[in-house]
Design a protein. Structure first.
Length: 137
């Protein structure tokens, strides 16, 4: 099981107001859909899943937002692909092992992109960055 493709299909970043006082930043990831697809390796085709997602960062009160929508291609064995797809169609749920892997990939890619976009329009970082503390000796 592995993720072999990742695409952003929509990137929306907006700064509404100047930041004054305390800003609350909320990040969220949602799986929008899962569908069966195929991936070609030369002349061989592999069954895959196309997983659509949305990553959002909201800056409150009404400071701005970052929305990243995209999809990734997930490869696994044919029975595992069928099982994940059936669970999604029936319960809108994904097995914990698969969900952990896909959320890790989504968060790694989206957090970096959100950090760059926030910098470009002068919003605070959507993820905590390390702070340097200098001590006098």
């Amino acid at each position: 099981m592995t993720v072999v493709g990742f695409n952003f299909t929509k990137i929306l970043v907006e700064k509404k107001n100047q930041s004054k006082g305390k800003i609350n930043i909320g990040n969220n990831v949602a799986i929008l859909g899962i569908e069966e697809s195929t991936f070609s390796f030369g002349e061989e085709e592999q069954d895959t899943l196309k997983i659509m997602f949305q990553f959002t960062s909201r800056y409150e009160p009404e400071v701005g937002s970052i929305d990243l929508i995209g999809d990734l291609v997930y490869i696994d064995s044919k029975p595992r692909i069928k099982e994940v797809l059936a669970n999604w169609k029936e319960k809108k749920k994904v097995d914990q092992e698969v969900m952990t892997e896909i959320l890790t990939v989504i968060l790694n890619r989206c957090n970096i992109q959100a950090l760059i976009l926030a910098r470009d329009i002068n919003l605070p970082s959507p993820i905590p960055l390390p702070k340097v503390k200098v001590e006098n000796k």
